[in-house]
Design a protein around this ligand. Structure first.
Ligand SMILES: [Zn+2]
Length: 217
């Protein structure tokens, strides 16, 4: 997703300034104002307000004026205009905050889940691993004995951790057979070489049927 950061103006109030002369045509009660709040947005989602802008126009001579063009009384009147709360301008910040909390929570949940899964590996578990050379890959457990696991290593490596899940396709597990003792697995996990374990609810079934094919030949 493309993130575009910029500012936007939102018209929050319009009205007219009573008992104030136009600085140009000097006619009373002709000045209309519009107050805008400027806010920073990210891809159209408001993050936070950054200030106010005031447009003033005379309905008689149609000239535009700045806030500073008004008499001090006029400026004071504008200043005292009550504006509605603009909490919505923080909605993006609020969303980002929620996402952050969610991310942190998810991170710890993944950690906990992996903590549990590593203790009792089952056939079909997919392990995401990180090599000492900085690359990432996966292996899938084919067989488990009392003290060891037998797995097929993925044919491919990924350079970025988030790419590694895309490698997990059946056709990518061919002939790179590996085996680890269960103790070794735990050690790899403690050394952060095993970074994630995914367990598919149906993986056991799939594995069984795959093994059945040679038997019925
Ligand atoms: Zn005027």
């Amino acid at each position: 997703m493309l993130l575009l950061i910029g500012t936007k103006d939102s018209n929050v109030k319009n009205g007219f300034i009573s008992n104030e002369k136009c600085p140009n045509c000097k006619i009373d009660n002709t000045l209309n104002f519009s107050i805008f709040r400027r806010y920073v947005s990210i891809t159209s989602i408001p993050l936070f307000p950054v200030g106010k802008i005031v447009d003033i126009q005379c309905t008689s001579c149609k000239n535009w004026f700045y806030y500073e063009d008004l008499s001090l009384e006029g400026q004071e009147k504008l200043k005292n205009e009550k504006l509605d709360s603009s909490l919505w301008m923080f909605s993006g910040t609020f969303i980002l905050f929620l996402l952050l909390i969610y991310g942190i929570n998810q991170y710890f949940q993944d950690e906990n889940e992996t903590d549990v899964l590593i203790q009792k590996p089952i056939v079909g578990d997919v392990y995401n691993v990180k090599f000492s050379n900085g690359y990432y890959s996966t292996f899938k457990i084919d067989k488990i004995t009392n003290d060891s696991i037998y797995a097929t290593h993925n044919d491919f490596d990924a350079y970025l951790p988030y790419e590694v899940d895309d490698l997990d396709k059946t056709e990518n597990y061919t002939d790179r057979k590996v085996s680890y003792s269960k103790k070794e697995l735990i050690r790899l996990y403690q050394n952060d070489e095993i970074i994630k374990i995914r367990r598919n609810a149906y993986s056991v079934e799939t594995q069984k049927s795959e093994y059945k094919i040679p038997v019925t030949k």
